[in-house]
Design a protein around this ligand. Structure first.
Ligand code: 5GP
Ligand code: ZN
Length: 123
């Protein structure tokens, strides 16, 4: 898509700190992090919102979600269990859809937030 910020990042026309790339997906650091670790996972293909997706996108969406635990491990925010078996650390995955969903950039993306709390204005 012409004039789409994240298409331009996917095409390397705008710089970003890329943390993962394959033929279908790109993950990069959010420019204005709301948590110590704040990554964005996008399909390289332009899809404006999650509302453009249906069952035909199951594999792509599954791949986006399945990338989160891998990136969490690589960025030190994976869930780990202490000696008592209590979970520690962890992260949040989030897709904002449309204005009421708080979406600002209309190229579908999944946020991954992690790291020690508190986070800026987030639960
Ligand atoms: P949304 O509110 O659409 O779910 O989130 C858009 C996210 O994109 C925001 O967290 C914002 O900080 C991030 N963002 C906006 N412009 C850029 C940019 O040029 N580069 C990067 N890396 N992130 C961006
Ligand atoms: Zn796009």
């Amino acid at each position: 898509m012409d004039n789409c910020l994240f298409c331009k990042i996917a095409a390397k026309q705008i710089p970003a700190t890329v943390v993962y790339e394959d033929d279908e997906l790109l993950a990069f650091k959010d420019i204005n992090p709301a948590a110590p670790v704040h990554l964005l996972i996008i399909p390289k293909q332009h899809i404006a919102t999650l509302s453009e997706c249906d069952e035909g996108h199951t594999a792509l969406l599954g791949k986006m979600l399945a990338l989160a635990p891998r990136l969490a491990k690589e960025h030190g925010v994976s869930v780990v269990y202490d000696a008592e078996g209590t979970p520690t650390r962890g992260y949040k995955t989030l897709i904002n859809s449309g204005p009421d969903g708080g979406q600002v950039v209309y190229h579908m993306h999944m946020h991954m937030y992690g790291g020690p709390r508190p986070w800026k204005g987030m639960h």
